[in-house]
Design a protein around this ligand. Structure first.
Ligand code: ZN
Length: 301
């Protein structure tokens, strides 16, 4: 099913990383710059993420003996320092996720570079390290993103959806390459669990175990075929009590199998680079951006 399977460390059947994007209330201020601050109930729903869910999630990871990855907009790092301290206390990775969750596709190259650099500065101040990985806010990886990331020494990206296992993305300009650790909307918790009029995103909410079922089926296919399982989760959504209880029970069961490699995304990217360097595995390569100019098809109007 996977034509060029990647060897995982110690013969593991698959690699797994729960990635939590701690967007908190950046979303509401971005969507409603004039009156977001007045939307008290919506704010309380989103602030639940850093205040209640993140400490809970970090505690579960500690009990299970795993370290994972959080992507955090820099404004949220500045606004919720205790959540970042909790993440770091468990040895988890803090990756770059924009400044106020702005959309890079709608920015010029210089504007995108400005927010990227401002975010890097914030992460260095908060964690003592430059970020190794980036996830574009709302998967909005632009046609400039790869060059900007390569120039700043990033190792990997986690925004694209082009494979079931890691691959390499090569800059069309020849600037360099990054490891791509892909996911997809089937592994995102918004379609399962998010219902918010403030953000104009209204889904029929699934019961905790029904929502989790989508993630379980994705996991079992990764386990069977040697894939990479990267759920894209949000503390305010999957971190709610009953949903996280269901997920924690699932993780506990999976860990007893003993042959699943749970690791932060930076470790998975480092593993890919070490295989490539040693010549023991050759990943798929994809040129990014895929097109240098608009695709226009001529014909009768
Ligand atoms: Zn986000």
């Amino acid at each position: 099913m996977i034509s060029n399977p990647i060897p995982w460390p110690n013969g593991a059947k698959c690699a797994a990383c729960l990635t939590f994007d701690m967007d908190a209330d950046s979303l509401i201020h971005l969507e409603h710059p004039e009156d977001g601050y007045k939307r008290v109930s919506g704010l309380s729903m989103l602030r639940y993420g850093p205040t209640i869910a993140v400490p809970r999630i970090v505690d579960t990871y500690k009990q299970l003996g795993i370290r994972q990855t959080f992507y955090v907009p820099a404004w949220c790092i500045e606004t919720y320092p205790h959540a970042i301290e909790a993440m770091l206390s468990g040895g988890n990775e803090v990756g770059h996720h924009g400044y106020l969750h702005e959309n890079p596709v709608s920015k010029t190259k210089d504007e995108e570079a400005y927010w990227l650099d401002r975010g890097i500065d914030t992460i260095v101040k908060a964690t003592g390290k430059r970020p190794r990985g980036w996830r574009a806010p709302l998967y909005n990886f632009s046609n400039h993103s790869i060059d900007l990331l390569v120039e700043r020494g990033f190792t990997y990206d986690a925004s694209l959806m082009g494979h079931d296992i890691p691959y390499m993305i090569e800059s069309r300009s020849g600037k360099g390459r990054l490891v791509e650790l892909p996911s997809h909307w089937g592994l995102d918790d918004w379609p399962q669990y998010v219902h918010t009029m403030d953000l104009n995103y209204l889904m029929p909410l699934r019961a905790p175990h029904a929502g989790l079922q989508a993630f379980i089926e994705e996991f079992e296919a990764s386990y069977k075929y040697g894939g990479l399982w990267v759920p894209v989760l949000h503390p305010f959504a999957t971190g709610r009590l009953a949903r996280w209880d269901a997920m924690a029970q699932f993780l506990e069961k999976v860990l007893t199998r003993g042959d699943v490699w749970f690791a932060p995304m930076e470790d998975i990217a480092a593993h890919v680079n070490s295989l490539v360097k040693a010549g023991t595995w050759t990943p798929m390569r994809d040129t990014i951006p895929q097109y240098a100019e608009p695709v226009r098809v001529g014909g009768p109007a």
